[in-house]
Design a protein around this ligand. Structure first.
Ligand SMILES: [Zn+2]
Length: 292
C-alpha cells in the first residue's frame, strides 16, 4: 500500500462528460481508493477557445452524482497563470527556452515534427507573436506503464523541442499539467491512452526539474466503431443521470473488472466501495483502444 498515494482526474471543460470520460474518472478514482489514497479533481481550463460555458460546473455535478467525490478543493488552471508564468520564467532564466516563429504549415511540411529550424535564430529576428519551445537535450523515449509495461515512442518525437507557450499566448498543456501534478504531489496518473505518447514529454520536464516521475497507468480509450475517440466532436452522448448505476456497471465491465451479481442490490456508494476493494489492474484489457 502507498499511503502517500495521490491521484487526480483532470478534465477540460470542452463539453459534458461522456462514457469515455466516465471510464477515465472511474479508473483513476478506484485506483486511488484501492490504495487508500487521496483523489483530486483539477479543471484544465487553460484553453478558453475550446471551452463551453457552464461545462466545469456540469462536470463537477456529474461526478458527484456518480458518487465520485474528491478529497480536496478543486483546482482551476485558469486561476494559476501567475504560477505558470513564474515557473516558465525560471526555465527561461536557465536558458532552456527559445522562440520559434514557424507556422503550422511549415511543421506539417516537415513531416509533422519540428526539426530545430529556429534553434539558432537571433531572437530579435523572430516574427511576433511567436511560440516558446523547450530546448530538449535529454528526451525520454521509453517508460514503464503500470498496465501496458514498457512503452516506447519514436526518437524524433521524444527529442522534439516541444512548445511550452503557444503563439497565441496560452500555456501549453505539457507544461501546466506537469507543474500542477508536481505542485499537487500527484504520485499516480491514471488516464486514457490518448495521452500515452505525450507522457514521455511530461517525463522529460519532470527530469529537467529534477522531480521523481509520477507512476502512469493508461487505460484503454473508449472509441466509436470507426476508431474515433468518444468526444463532443463526434457526438458522444452526455451521460444520462437516470442510468447512473447501469453506466457505472458498464464502465466497470469496460475496464475488465469482476462483475458482481450483488450489484443489482447495491447503492451507488456500495457499488463503488465494492469495486474499489476488488480493483484489479491485471484484468484491465491491455489495449490502447476499445469500442465502447
Ligand atoms: Zn520555428
Amino acid at each position: 500500500m502507498h499511503n502517500s498515494y495521490r491521484g487526480r482526474f483532470a478534465p477540460s471543460p470542452s463539453g459534458d462528460l461522456h462514457f469515455g470520460s466516465l471510464v477515465a474518472a472511474l479508473g483513476s478514482y478506484l485506483d486511488a481508493r484501492h490504495h487508500n489514497g487521496t483523489w483530486l479533481v483539477r479543471i484544465e481550463d487553460i484553453d478558453p477557445p475550446r471551452e463551453v460555458a457552464g461545462a466545469s460546473s456540469a462536470i463537477l455535478n456529474t461526478l458527484e452524482q456518480f458518487g465520485l467525490c474528491w478529497d480536496e478543493p478543486v483546482v482551476y488552471q485558469s486561476q494559476r497563470h501567475d504560477f505558470y508564468q513564474s515557473e516558465l520564467d525560471k526555465l527561461i532564466a536557465q536558458g532552456v527556452c527559445y522562440g520559434c516563429d514557424c507556422t503550422r504549415k511549415m511543421i506539417m511540411n516537415g513531416g509533422g515534427l519540428y526539426l530545430g529550424n529556429c534553434l539558432n535564430k537571433d531572437p530579435d529576428s523572430l516574427k511576433t507573436p511567436h511560440s516558446l519551445r523547450f530546448l530538449n537535450q535529454h528526451g525520454i523515449a521509453k517508460f514503464e506503464d503500470r498496465l501496458l509495461g514498457t512503452t516506447t515512442v519514436n526518437n524524433d518525437f521524444a527529442n522534439e523541442d516541444f512548445i511550452l507557450k503557444r503563439k497565441d499566448g496560452l500555456f501549453a498543456y505539457q507544461l501546466v499539467v506537469v507543474l500542477d501534478d508536481i505542485e499537487q504531489q500527484i504520485t499516480d496518473i491514471v488516464r486514457g491512452s490518448d495521452l500515452l505518447e505525450v507522457t514521455t514529454r511530461q517525463m522529460t520536464l519532470y527530469q529537467h526539474l529534477a522531480v521523481p516521475f509520477a507512476r502512469y497507468l493508461h487505460l484503454p480509450l473508449a472509441v466509436t466503431e470507426n476508431g474515433l475517440k468518444l468526444s463532443k466532436q463526434n457526438h458522444a452522448k452526455a451521460l444520462n443521470l437516470d442510468d447512473r448505476k447501469e453506466l457505472l456497471i458498464q464502465a466497470l465491465a469496460f475496464l475488465g473488472q469482476h462483475n458482481s451479481s450483488q450489484y443489482q442490490d447495491f447503492t451507488i456508494e456500495q457499488l463503488l466501495e465494492y469495486a474499489s476493494k476488488h480493483w484489479s489492474i491485471k484484468d484491465i484489457p491491455k489495449q490502447a483502444q476499445l469500442i465502447a
